[in-house]
Design a protein around this ligand. Structure first.
Ligand code: 5AD
Ligand code: SF4
Length: 448
């Protein structure tokens, strides 16, 4: 008999990518193989995101498409996992009763058992409130062999007023440093050369592992240094630090650790102090810019990316100008820009001064135009330089595509397998990618 097949679709952030590797790992360990065709699948899993609006509409759209397939093949099992499952579990069952399993963010380890139970007992729902087993402890099946997401903490103790994450992922729970190291060592032994350490707020990593006010150790910096010593690993990335909890020892650890890449994702959210206050983000614009200055001074050439929200409730034209001003001064290499989206259950959703869509769109377009121009300038500064590129896959227009240590996407001609390191010379620049040519090998043969 042919093996049962699963189709897995992932939405949202890197934490979901990480969890999806575990979903794939659990299903593989249970004898399933992957498919891209819903009609062939015995199990279809949607790993969902709740951070912005429309995620639910998209989910119900996708579930609606599956309904006739499920009617034709009643043995097909449909699973909804991730943040929307955690947030809307009961509603999903009501609106799409043909869903077999709703599994929240804390309940992932029980996925296979839930699937088995669904066979005999009918639809299952597990949206428990606490993580008992770290998803990292589960078997993983990775999309690429050379890179791995490594979770160092789940959940978040902050309460940014726009953000749904603390509601769906719960309070911060850090993994013991030894567990993280053991995982990274195992990955490196199996040929992983690049890892991305994941946490909602990596700077507070370990805060929940120490006794309050006793061991005030800067644990994230320790972790970076320890991971840097793992043999075989070549690149370490992490996401995301929070400007509020950022500390100089992290800059020192980054500068001293040769494997830690010259890139930082440093979420600004807004350049207006008034809006930052309303967002419950406790740093201010000058402090943010001050951190950037220190980071750039300690790590020359470091690339900086950020997240910015436009149209937070009560944002005035003046507030928005403040954001544009910080964007001009910060000169980000890349910015992920979002239109504010009220998330039910968050404080900002209840605030007065919700803006109209056309106003937000108009500001958003201005911000994107400014940032695109800056991104292109930053990319042009790279032309003529040499870079080490780690190939990730095929380029869009033929050739291969990879990233520099600064996280810049580079297209290179020719066939190169994922996981290959190339030395390239940067010959062209676009706002979101560079063009590279293979650097000529240095001939050491004696001349003359
Ligand atoms: N509306 C718009 N953007 C949001 N983000 C988080 N919540 C919202 C929201 N309600 C953005 C933030 C965050 C990124 C992952 O998503 O910029 O850093
Ligand atoms: Fe959300 Fe703020 Fe926590 Fe980030 S730090 S996950 S934006 S609450």
């Amino acid at each position: 008999m042919a093996e049962p097949r699963y189709l897995l679709r992932t939405f949202g952030c890197q934490m979901n990518e990480h969890d999806s590797e575990r979903i794939a790992g659990l299903l593989t360990a249970d004898g399933y193989v992957a498919t891209e065709e819903a009609a062939d699948a015995n199990v279809v899993v949607f790993n969902t995101c709740a951070i912005r609006e429309n995620a639910d509409n998209r989910l119900y759209g996708n579930l609606g498409h599956l309904r006739p397939l499920k009617q034709a093949n009643p043995r097909m099992r449909i699973v909804v996992a991730g943040c929307l499952a955690q947030k809307d579990g009961g509603t999903i069952r009501e609106r799409a009763p043909w869903v077999d399993v709703v599994v929240g963010t804390h309940a992932l380890p029980g996925l296979i058992e839930l699937l088995h139970r669904a066979e005999t007992e009918g639809p299952q729902l597990d949206v428990r409130e606490q993580t008992e087993i770290f998803p990292s402890a589960l078997p993983a099946l990775r999309e690429v062999a050379h890179h791995a997401w490594v979770s160092i903490a789940v959940g978040c103790d902050n309460a940014c007023t726009f953000c749904i994450v603390p509601l769906v992922r719960g309070p911060q729970l850090s993994r013991p440093i030894g567990d993280v190291l053991a995982e990274v060592q195992g990955l490196a032994r199996r040929g992983v050369v690049e890892i991305t350490l994941l946490g909602q707020n990596v700077n507070t990593y370990g805060r929940d592992l120490t006794v309050p006010r006793s061991a005030q150790r800067p644990l994230f910096a320790d972790l970076l240094r320890a991971v840097n010593r793992v043999e075989g690993l070549r690149r370490i990335r992490f996401t995301s630090p929070h400007p509020h909890d950022f500390t100089p020892d992290v800059i020192d650890a980054m500068a001293e650790s040769d494997k830690v890449c010259e890139h930082i994702h440093f979420p600004l959210q807004s350049g207006s102090d008034r809006v930052l206050r309303a967002m419950h983000r406790s740093y201010r614009r000058e402090r943010y810019l001050g951190w950037l200055e220190r980071i750039r001074a300690a790590i020359p050439g470091i690339a900086v990316s950020t997240d910015i929200i436009v149209g937070f409730p009560g944002e005035s034209e003046e507030d928005f100008e403040d954001t544009l001003d910080v964007v001009r001064r910060a000169r980000f290499d890349q910015a992920y820009t979002f239109q504010y989206s009220p998330r039910p259950g968050t404080r900002a959703a209840e605030m007065e001064g919700q803006l109209d869509k056309p106003e937000v769109q108009e500001r958003f377009d201005r911000l994107v135009a400014l940032q695109e121009a800056i991104a292109l300038e930053r990319m042009r500064e790279q032309v003529g330089s040499s870079a080490e590129v780690l190939i990730e896959g095929l380029g869009r227009k033929g050739g291969a595509q990879g990233r520099t240590r600064g996280n810049r996407v580079v297209h290179v001609g020719g066939e190169h397998a994922p996981g290959t390191f190339l030395d390239v010379r940067i010959v062209g620049a676009h706002p979101h990618h560079l063009e590279g040519e293979l650097a000529e090998r240095r001939e050491h043969a004696a001349v003359g």
